[in-house]
Design a binder for this molecule. Structure first.
Ligand code: EPU
Length: 315
């Protein structure tokens, strides 16, 4: 990795202990896999974040926002440029007007989805059942439109505010955002060509009011089910493939193809849920990618269905 000395010096001077160089991404992803990021910064204030983004744009340095790293596979050669983690700022969750009929919540992009679900349960707000047990952050889960069979982030978003590559802010209503199954397209007029993705700072969500006790009961049942059906104790990136169109889910197809327990190196198709690849300890990105290829080609040979990757592959 070859990050310029002057670049390192500026980052160190500006962010002190909140910047790390050649930081293994295996420490920042739920898969526990991945080579080093040239630099990883955790800004403490919005102003620091804006300064960093503007400076990176001026210097022509790539930067990538990172949520909880729970839907990501980083290759062994790591990430060029700066990974920006928002877990030091933009983590608050507040309700704007607790007396209104429909609840409007403002949630920081760096807040954990689990914290948002806990807030909703505590305050008797419904609409987030689909998010129970999803391990991401608010920002990351909006970017990939995280969800389950009973809903996704697009269902609860009212608007989001973003930081654009050159340092300006925009509020985007849901109608301006093109959400699709496990993804989001930015409005065409955002002019992002040379600066990469906008960084989501916070979101306004609309939730319904409900009975606290009923909501808690439902949530406990959903979590029990999730824990029984998914390998939540193992390192993984959640479901590895998107569900294809049609009756059968990716997990069902992989299971029917007899691939549960199949492994390459320390990467293994989970015996609990076949659409999860788990890291038994020392898996490399190459192991995971080779196993994904094997799964994809086996399912294609058997069922003529092409599985599409759900996890984001970077590096
Ligand atoms: N199934 C099998 N074998 C398996 C796994 C599943 O036969 O190894 C069967 C199940 O019995 C069920 C069907 O496949 O009949 C669907 O399984 P499941 O209910 O687990 O749902 P899924 O479609 O596999 C989706 C999301 C999950 C989310 C669950 C919660 C996708 C790709 N996956 O899984 O999201 O947690 O619903 O209901 O949309 C993720 O996105 O990372 C993720 C894990």
């Amino acid at each position: 990795m070859t990050m310029d000395r002057a670049v390192r010096a500026w980052l160190t001077k500006t962010f002190g202990g909140d910047v790390r160089f050649d930081e293994p991404m295996s420490r920042h992803t739920s898969f526990r896999v991945g080579g080093p990021a040239e630099a990883l910064v955790r800004p403490r204030e919005k102003d620091d974040l804006v300064r960093l983004v503007c400076w990176a744009a001026e210097q022509g340095i790539a930067r990538m926002p990172l949520g909880a790293g729970s839907n990501m596979l980083v290759r062994e050669n790591g990430i060029k440029g700066i990974v920006i983690v928002l877990d030091n700022c933009h983590t608050s969750i507040i309700e704007n007007d607790p007396t209104s009929a429909v609840a409007c919540i403002t949630a920081g992009a760096g807040a954990k989805l689990a914290a948002l679900c806990a807030y909703a349960l505590k305050n008797g707000l419904k609409g987030l059942n689909f998010a129970l047990g999803i391990p991401g952050t608010v920002g990351g889960s909006i970017r990939v439109n995280a969800g389950a069979r009973n809903g996704s982030m697009a269902d609860v978003i009212d608007s989001i505010s973003v930081l654009l590559p050159q340092g300006s802010f925009r509020d985007l209503k849901k109608s301006a955002l093109d959400f699709y199954y496990r993804g989001l397209d930015w409005p065409k007029d955002l002019a992002l060509e040379d600066g990469g993705d906008p960084i989501i700072l916070e979101a306004a969500l609309r939730l319904q009011r409900g009975d606290k006790r009923d909501l808690k009961k439902q949530a406990e049942q959903i979590m029990r089910q999730r824990k029984a059906q998914q390998p939540w104790r193992d390192a993984s990136a959640g479901c590895i493939f998107k569900n294809p169109e049609g009756e059968q889910s990716a997990g069902q197809l992989i299971d029917m193809a007899g691939l549960k327990g199949k492994s390459i190196g320390d990467a293994e198709v989970s015996s609990c849920h076949a659409n999860f690849i788990i890291n038994r300890g020392q898996a490399t990105a190459d192991d995971v990618l080779a196993l994904m290829d094997l799964v994809r080609s086996t399912v294609f040979q058997r069922y003529q269905i092409q599985l599409e990757t759900e996890v984001k592959i970077v590096g």
